[in-house]
Design a protein around this ligand. Structure first.
Ligand code: SF4
Ligand code: SF4
Length: 93
């Protein structure tokens, strides 16, 4: 289980569901039964089973509304975020 805590900025969330799609433990292609993020049609996604979050931060990285707030980011998480930024930059170059 990840030590980070994810919350939603409910004002910023546009309910697009992209965070659910990219999460390896949520959505249609989930690798676990108890999905971390659950989104009912037309509603803001909720963190339902935090114990299955692996802390990859793909959800935060993909959210264009910056609606995913993270507490407890460690050095390894910062490194992962930097890596994701680097990957995006590399694809553009
Ligand atoms: S990706 Fe961001 S804006 Fe879209 S549903 Fe998830 S939290 Fe909301
Ligand atoms: S940090 Fe990774 S595992 Fe956790 S909710 Fe976000 S995408 Fe899913």
């Amino acid at each position: 289980m990840s030590k980070i805590i994810l919350t939603r900025d409910k004002e910023a969330c546009v309910k697009c569901g992209e965070c659910v799609d990219v999460c390896p433990h949520s959505g249609e292609n989930s690798l676990v039964e108890a999905h971390v993020i659950i989104q009912n049609p037309g509603e803001i996604p909720e963190i339902a089973n935090h114990e299955n979050c692996i802390g990859c931060l793909s959800c935060k990285d993909t959210c264009r509304s910056e609606a995913i707030l993270v507490e407890g980011i460690t050095e390894i998480h910062s490194f992962l975020l930097d890596l994701q930024v680097w990957e995006k930059t590399r694809r553009i170059l």
